[in-house]
Design a protein around this ligand. Structure first.
Ligand code: ZN
Length: 204
């Protein structure tokens, strides 16, 4: 199984990091060793001083496919979940400056937080209007809605599968809305998908 992450999928977030809004999705990958589940605590690595939270909707691929046409793309996932794409922003900025790949900043152990419960996509009346968010120490820091995505779930599946075969169980983190920022030791993070609390864990 692989984890594919979409970058710059919300205009306001692209702007907050001074990035251009892309005309096709930017994507990168994390290894399965980066998964953090079961609301286990996240330990800030000792080589970074600036780990940022990026709360994201996650779709789970349910069917094998390559070169998937957009009009069929919805058949390739059944469930929607919630995760955090932890990013060592200080390291990422250095890598970006040099034009180097982002793995050190994005693919490290525990960098892909995943909620235990996925929700059947049929439960959502409108896939273009799914709200989600992140609270830190009871304060809302990110508040997103799938309607603000530049690339829809179908766009993402279609575009990514031009390059990479999608397999059953693959996860796609669909990008973060504005409001990213650092986490600190002792922070309590809670992630919400609509009204449901999906994530609840500590930073150590
Ligand atoms: Zn992200």
């Amino acid at each position: 199984m692989k984890i594919i992450c979409i970058g710059r999928n919300y205009v306001a977030h692209a702007h907050e990091l001074n990035n251009e809004v892309p005309d096709e999705p930017v994507f990168f990958m994390k290894p399965d060793s980066s998964l953090l589940r079961n609301n286990d605590p996240f330990y800030i690595p000792n080589w970074t001083n600036d780990v940022h939270h990026e709360i994201e909707l996650v779709i789970k691929i349910s069917r094998l496919g390559k070169n998937i046409e957009k009009r069929f793309a919805n058949r390739y996932f059944d469930e929607i979940g919630l995760g955090i794409d932890f990013t060592a922003r200080d390291v990422q900025n250095k890598l970006k400056e040099k034009g180097l790949p982002w793995e050190k900043a994005k693919a490290f152990d525990q960098a892909a937080v995943l909620g235990g419960s996925f929700i059947e996509k049929s439960v959502f009346p409108d896939q273009q209007n799914i709200s989600f968010g992140l609270k830190i120490n009871d304060i809302v820091v990110q508040d997103g809605n799938s309607g603000l995505m530049i690339f829809s779930f179908e766009d993402i599946i279609s575009q990514v599968s031009k390059y990479v075969t999608l397999k059953i169980g693959d996860l796609i983190y669909t990008g973060t809305p504005a409001g990213v920022g650092p986490v600190r030791i002792g922070d309590h993070l809670e992630g919400f998908l609509e009204e449901q609390k999906i994530l609840d864990f500590m930073i150590k």
